[in-house]
Design a protein around this ligand. Structure first.
Ligand code: AMP
Ligand code: MG
Length: 347
């Protein structure tokens, strides 16, 4: 049985009681889904091997894809990994917030959590419900995204329930996630950073704190056969809807003309800009607006729900604009090329 509770303000008396119960579940080895500012997380005790096993099982996640430890305060990282001055510089600039840092692990972190790696990923979420829960539980919470493996990360409780009902002890509904894409992941090596997953903390922002930031090339390309990535998660086909998704590249007017032509013979779901709603209006077009053209933050917030919604329409195909590769666009690009299995159509 999965208990669903709603918490908007963790300071209210009811919420405090609910958080106490959630913390008990975690301390007893159970699973609690919590809202964060990025996406919902499927949480378990990050120091308990069996809890970690339950997380992999609930998600259907391959056991070689490690979990992120969610901590209350940046300095708590000291307990779980070998930190460095660069870590604290990043912490000062971006924590609490959507940045995950990978560092050499300490023995206290079970190898099940890190999928056998000698490094561990830590993040300090800004969401007040997540933060209150970690505080109340007094343990680091290991939490991957709360979706079934291969589905888009859930950004609201409705989609958490769709994937996790009956698989976890409790789901905390904290409303829509503010950012909507998973955290930026960087790996620290001496005084340099490798960007393994782009997110709301952008390459440009990281470069202001560290002069040596390299973007791992697998962020924007497909993995070769038998290639071993630095981040195991890169191997897996992620975020994929069942309906084929095609990303359109090229001048925007041409993209619109192309879609209009396609609509004559195909039922199309279209992740469109708000400005395009009128021009794309057609009986065969199922429009899913993701915000104004230049509002990348809105596209990020709405992307995963849009993909899930699009998949429910029984369309022949889903079209979306290929995002730019700069700023927050890089995070969108990284998620969308995977969702589209790298199907980019130049028009
Ligand atoms: P998720 O929790 O679903 O956002 O996925 C966590 C991501 O972090 C996955 O892509 C993992 O491969 C990556 N990750 C976690 N720990 C490590 C680590 N120690 N080294 C490299 N990548 C990691
Ligand atoms: Mg995930």
């Amino acid at each position: 049985m999965t208990e669903l509770i709603k918490i908007t303000d963790p300071g209210l008396p009811d919420a405090k009681n609910a958080l106490k119960r959630a913390a008990e579940i975690l301390k007893n080895g159970g699973l609690v889904v919590m809202p964060t500012e990025t996406v919902y997380g499927l949480g378990g005790n990050g120091l308990d091997e069996n809890a970690a096993k339950k997380i992999y099982e609930a998600k259907g996640r391959p056991a070689d894809n490690p979990l992120i430890l969610h901590i209350e305060k940046p300095e708590d990282a000291e307990k779980y990994c070998h930190t460095s001055p660069l870590y604290f510089a990043l912490a000062k600039a971006f924590m609490p917030g959507p940045l995950t840092v990978i560092m050499p692990k300490k023995d206290i972190v079970p190898l099940t959590v890190t999928a056998g790696l000698d490094t561990v990923a830590v993040r300090c979420p800004e969401h007040k419900v997540a933060n209150a829960l970690i505080h109340e539980a007094g343990i680091p919470i290991a939490a991957p995204s709360a979706n079934l493996s291969g589905k888009p990360s859930p950004t609201n409780a409705k989609y958490v329930l769709e994937d996790m009902d009956g698989r976890v002890d409790m789901i905390i509904d904290g409303g829509e996630c503010e950012i909507g894409l998973e955290s930026t992941i960087v790996m620290i090596k001496n005084d340099s950073l490798t960007l393994l997953r782009p997110g709301a903390v952008t390459y440009d922002a990281l470069s202001l704190v560290c002069v040596k930031v390299t973007i791992d090339d697998k962020v924007i390309r497909m993995l070769k056969e038998n290639e071993k990535p630095l981040s195991p998660g890169m191997k897996y086909k992620h975020y994929a809807p069942n309906t084929p998704l095609v990303l359109l590249d090229g001048e925007e007017n041409r993209q619109i003309e192309f879609i209009k032509n396609e609509m004559k013979t195909k039922k199309c779901a279209i992740l469109c800009y708000d400005e395009e709603k009128d021009t794309l209006n057609h009986k065969n077009a199922f429009l899913i607006p993701i915000g104004m053209r230049d509002d990348l933050a809105s596209h990020a917030k709405k992307l995963f729900t849009a993909l899930r919604d699009a998949d429910k329409l029984s369309c022949d195909i889903i079209y979306a604009h290929l995002p730019p590769m700069s700023g927050l666009g890089l995070a969108l690009y990284n998620r969308m090329i995977r969702a589209a299995a790298h199907t980019i159509l130049k028009v």
